[in-house]
Ligand binder design. Structure first.
Ligand code: PMP
Length: 326
């Protein structure tokens, strides 16, 4: 299921069915598997929601071919939406606060999207507001809003989760994933809990992020360097359902960075900081299982490696911790 053996007509047909690979640095008796989402054509997990959300929105008539998709986004989501929009006959406009990665904006533009920058000081809120203003000015435009649109969760419920269960013949004891919008984890969790309500669900956030508060834990807000996950304002993360989550693991920047470098050096994975954090958390869950502190239906932990380190080379991702964070 992880190979593409037939020729296909469009790059959209290469989205999903990504490899599930064993993480070798695991405690005895517990298997950890990571789904490698950089194998998608836009090199991240967000290609899945780009295709799934736009196809459903076209089917529902939220937008029609020739219309425009407008999303406030700083990164991988723009690339995922840009690929799908282009192949589905939609124009794409992304509203990006100025401070965000130039590499990702170049990729969105290469895919035919228009980039509208908003002032850094207005934050993501300013970008969201501008996206809605632009949509109101155009005839046939839609703002998918990945932070609040249930189709984001559905994309993972319909694709990522069943792929994992098929690959492991249903033998999944715990799912552990980083939360940005939380679309990935919520889709996995919903599917997993339907298969077996005892499946353990672990969320991952950077230290300094506030998801833990949503499940009643204390958190101290701080800046963090890990990219793509975490929140400073949980109210905007409307998809995160604390009822589905057993624990939220806060991971320090330095631990995520050590792990992403180890994954490259020892296991051949060119993955970025959110994957480093996910791997650290998955190993913590695996250790809890191995020591008998955590009872799960199967001694198998599954996590997601969302994107590739190549997108962050200019930020010194493989330098020392000080170089990466400076
Ligand atoms: N890692 C990276 C690099 C991402 O870009 C994202 C998406 N923001 C995530 C993890 C988290 O995915 P989700 O939004 O589904 O929680």
């Amino acid at each position: 299921m992880t190979t593409h053996e037939r020729p296909v007509d469009s790059v959209l047909e290469t989205i999903g069915r990504t490899p599930l690979v064993r993480v070798q640095d695991a405690p005895e008796g517990v298997r950890i598997y990571a789904k490698l989402e950089s194998f998608n054509p836009g090199a991240s997990v967000k290609d899945r929601i780009g295709q799934y959300m736009l196809e459903r929105m076209l089917e529902r008539g939220d937008v029609s071919p020739g219309g425009t998709v407008i999303e406030p986004t700083a990164g991988n989501t723009g690339i995922g939406f840009a690929i799908a929009a282009q192949q589905l006959g939609l124009d794409a406009i992304f509203v990006v606060p100025e401070r965000f990665s130039v590499e990702k904006q170049q990729l969105m533009a290469a895919l035919g999207a228009e980039i509208v920058n908003t002032p850094t000081e207005d934050g993501m809120g300013g970008a969201i507001e501008r996206a809605h203003e632009l949509a109101a000015e155009l005839d046939d435009a839609v703002v998918p809003q990945q932070f609040s649109n249930p189709l984001n969760v559905e994309a993972h419920y319909a694709t990522t989760a069943p792929e994992i269960y098929e690959a492991l013949d249903g033998e999944v004891g715990a799912v552990v994933a980083g939360c940005g919008t939380a679309g990935t984890l919520m889709g996995l969790a919903r599917y997993a809990l339907e298969q077996d309500s005892d499946t353990y669900v672990g969320a991952v956030e950077p230290e300094g992020s506030l998801y833990g508060e949503v499940i009643g834990e204390d958190r101290e807000e701080n800046e963090y360097k890990i990219e793509g996950i975490g929140t400073h304002d949980p109210e905007t993360n409307e998809l995160f359902d604390p009822e589905l989550v057993d624990a939220v693991y806060p991971i320090a920047d330095e631990d995520a960075h050590d792990e992403l470098k180890r994954l490259a050096r020892e296991e051949g994975h060119l993955v970025a900081s959110s994957a480093g954090a996910a791997s650290v958390a998955a190993k913590r869950v695996a250790n809890e299982i191995a020591s008998g502190d955590l009872a799960v239906p199967h001694d198998t932990v599954v996590t997601i490696f969302p994107d590739s380190s190549e997108r962050y080379l200019s930020k010194g991702i493989y330098g020392s911790f000080e170089e990466w964070t400076s």
